[in-house]
Design a protein around this ligand. Structure first.
Ligand SMILES: [Zn+2]
Length: 336
């Protein structure tokens, strides 16, 4: 297989025949090479095989490592994903983004307790080697990261992430993903596996060891890149690849309602099963739940599906229409 670090953009001669859930505006049909890679990674996610992240956030199946990486879990799901040992960077090209310039430390931390400042500051250069489009912006409460990820070789669009990294321990990172590129006018990536109330990325759980506050920033962006790849798979192939989990801390009836609304029959069941598809796992019992009661409990716990939208100031920034938002105004855990 060609090295993913130096992808060759090949002629797109094969028409896409599978149904898409969302039209890809202005984008030529994905070529067979891209679709094959997407299918390959999706299959690996379903089979819990390790992936490998390359420079620019290109994700491939890790065919070299015999070691299965630790299970990753997020607020709603688990995923096999990349880890520091799985990363393979061939190049370290770095260029500073024009809009934000190099990161500079802010002079104050509004909330104090900025013990995470140093662990993050010292990683910025290395992160820019992994994600060369990286721009950083200082904020009273931490640091913003803004970076693009190529996802898979040959993909005409890219994923752009805006990530809030508070310096205060506890709130954790908050990130939003958008499809951008020549044919894309920044389209939010969601709503599947985004957080309720702000549409932020739900790509791992802080209590499962996938990533921890103050931890490896390239790994954090790799996890977001894999999450974006899953979204691409959902859009093109019609199903979410890999393991899925329900809502942490929710009533089982609310979970049942969530699965009914979100899980497709041929996806791995949202209860966290590693082998059973929804139609052959929890679907029958979910359908026996009282619908009104389940929906009500779900609404109480989450605020509802329609709350999964990004804050306007985040959208405005990604569209180049405003400066980076104030972290305290868009990060839910900083608001309380
Ligand atoms: Zn199940």
């Amino acid at each position: 297989m060609a090295r993913p670090d130096t992808p060759a953009i090949q002629a797109q001669a094969v028409r896409v025949t599978q149904t898409r859930t969302i039209p890809i505006r202005g984008e030529a049909s994905l070529g067979k090479d891209v679709r094959d890679l997407l299918h390959e990674v999706g299959t690996a996610l379903d089979q819990h095989r390790p992936l490998r992240a390359h420079v620019h956030g290109l994700i491939t199946v890790d065919k070299q490592s015999p070691v299965v990486t630790a299970t990753q879990e997020n607020g709603n799901e688990r995923q096999r994903a990349t880890g520091p040992s799985a990363r393979s960077w061939k190049r370290a090209a770095r260029r500073q983004g024009a809009a934000g310039g190099p990161w500079a430390p802010s002079t104050s931390s509004r909330l104090g307790g900025d013990v995470l400042r140093a662990p993050y500051e010292c990683q910025v250069k290395r992160l820019a080697e992994a994600y060369p489009t990286l721009q950083t912006f200082s904020d009273d409460d931490g640091m913003w990261l803004f970076a693009k990820s190529s996802i898979i070789p040959g993909l005409p669009r890219e994923a752009t992430f805006l990530i809030a990294l508070p310096y205060k321990p506890g709130p954790g990172p908050r990130a939003w993903g958008f499809w951008t590129g020549a044919a894309e006018s920044s389209r939010w990536i969601g709503p599947r596996h985004t957080n309720f109330r702000d549409g932020s990325i739900c790509a791992f759980s802080p209590n499962e060891g996938a990533w921890f506050e103050g931890g490896d920033l390239p790994t954090l962006l790799d996890l977001y890149s894999v999450w974006a790849l899953r979204h691409l798979h959902l859009e093109v192939m019609g199903r979410w690849p890999g393991k899925q989990y329900g809502i942490l801390g929710a009533d089982p009836r609310a979970e049942a309602y969530y699965r009914q609304r979100e899980c497709r029959d041929d996806e791995l069941c949202g209860c966290g099963s590693e082998t059973r598809r929804y139609a052959e796992c929890c679907k029958a019992s979910d359908l026996r739940c009282d619908f009104i009661e389940s929906a009500s409990l779900f609404l109480q716990h989450t605020g509802g599906f329609e709350t999964r939208v990004p804050p306007p100031s985040v959208v405005s920034f990604v569209q180049g229409q405003s400066a980076a938002p104030k972290m305290a105004e868009v990060h839910l855990q900083l608001l309380v």
